[in-house]
Design a protein around this ligand. Structure first.
Ligand code: SAH
Length: 374
């Protein structure tokens, strides 16, 4: 998703989708559900989930992502990972992994760009973490003939040296929302009003996980928490601490404040309760929370960034690469290429909203980044 966050009205006009009816029955029987449960059902319900049933990417889908915009994104990422692998002694074998690979485009570009790096392809074992069986099939087609193993969760990744990428994975993980109130935090829940899904609030209570947010929030502020991100960061940090690196690219900031959950349908924002299972639901990534989770798991883990995607790509050489590709293009193809370059890097497009957080062994440089220790 690359469209700015402009939340729409919250209440659905009708229980428009099969999943809405199913959730309404569940809520009528056992009470309101948290926002994280709602998001998880909408995205990954085995029968009606967005990622399980739809082709979300590209012009025909609901949103587009950096690797789908231009091959340059994956090429530069591949080369900086390979450089980092060499800098750490070129361990063989090693796991080359991706979380949430979508159509498999990013890994295909990484693979193509690293073909001439001596020993890289023979040492790499590809591991993809993907929850949607339908998207696994797309990835299989994009990476036909390569040594790929699929996993459902990141803790199933092998032990040992790991170079990992995750582009727009964490924004798809469900978040809980808490409103600061007298006496603690009131969780925002999805309940029923006149038989239709509607937002409400659970009674306020103190919450240890948000103790550190008492300092920078006041009554009426809303904070989002992504509990699912914590074990993912722990699994990555534990593996990368010895040898490897992880590049996490997503939109978001350092410490989240306010509602960032949004639904996107046909490239437009949609009220979040309007079309469960038929719209993409995402939240901005709280990079401070990701870094915290990594540090809790491995206190000495190397963390760098988050750097703005535009400057990061610039440092990796996107401009000369774009110029080289432009030499073979003309007319509308050249216009599209220039627009893609701008979209990936410009501060008013993806250049600053998207950020890159790197995890690496202590004492080693992060891939493609001047060290910016956290
Ligand atoms: N990285 C790709 C796709 C981003 S969309 C790109 O940049 O184009 C999010 C991806 O994460 C999809 O492949 C989706 O199926 C996957 N995904 C979402 N939630 C997941 C979860 N909890 N576990 C594993 N994969 C998940």
């Amino acid at each position: 998703m690359t469209t700015p966050n402009t939340p729409g009205p919250e209440a659905p006009r009708e229980a428009a989708t099969p999943l809405a009816r199913l959730l309404a029955r569940r809520i009528a029987a056992s009470g309101p559900i948290g926002m994280a449960d709602y998001m998880a059902e909408c995205l990954l319900h085995p029968e009606h989930g967005y990622y399980t049933t739809r082709e979300p990417f590209g012009t025909a889908g609901d949103f587009t992502t950096a690797p789908e915009i231009s091959q340059m994104f994956g090429e530069l990422m591949g080369l900086c990972l390979a450089q980092n692998w060499q800098d750490q002694g070129a361990p063989a074998p090693f796991a080359l992994a991706e979380l949430g690979p979508g159509r498999g485009t990013l890994m295909a570009d990484i693979w193509r760009a690293t073909a001439r790096v001596p020993g890289f392809h023979t040492a790499a074992r590809l591991h993809l973490v993907e929850a949607s069986p339908r998207l696994r099939a797309s990835q299989q087609a994009a990476l036909a003939g390569l040594p790929v193993t699929w996993h459902t969760t990141p803790d199933a990744l092998p032990e040992g040296p790991l170079w990992l990428v995750a582009n727009e994975f964490f924004d798809a993980l469900p978040v809980r929302q808490f409103l600061r109130a007298e006496g603690g935090w009131a969780e925002r829940v999805v309940g029923l009003r006149d038989g239709a899904l509607a937002l409400g609030l659970a009674p306020a209570a103190p919450l240890a996980a948000l103790a550190h947010r008492l300092e920078d929030t006041g009554p009426g502020d809303l904070v989002e928490l992504c509990p699912a991100a914590e074990p993912v960061m722990a699994a990555i940090a534990r593996r990368v601490a010895a040898r490897g690196a992880a590049l996490i690219v997503d939109y978001g900031g350092w410490r989240s404040l306010g509602v960032t959950v949004q639904a996107l349908r046909d490239h437009r924002t949609d009220p979040i309760l309007a079309h469960p299972g038929q719209a993409d639901l995402t939240a901005h990534v709280d990079f401070e929370a990701l870094a915290r989770a990594a540090r809790i798991a491995v206190p000495r883990i190397g963390l760098s960034g988050p750097a703005g995607q535009g400057l990061w790509l610039e440092a990796l050489g996107i401009t000369p690469r774009a110029q080289a590709l432009a030499r073979n293009l003309a007319g509308p193809a050249l216009d599209a290429h220039v627009a893609a370059y701008r979209r990936l890097t410009h501060p008013q497009e993806m250049g600053t909203l998207f950020r890159v957080l790197a995890l690496h062994p202590p004492g080693h440089a992060p891939p493609g980044m001047a060290e910016q220790p956290r």
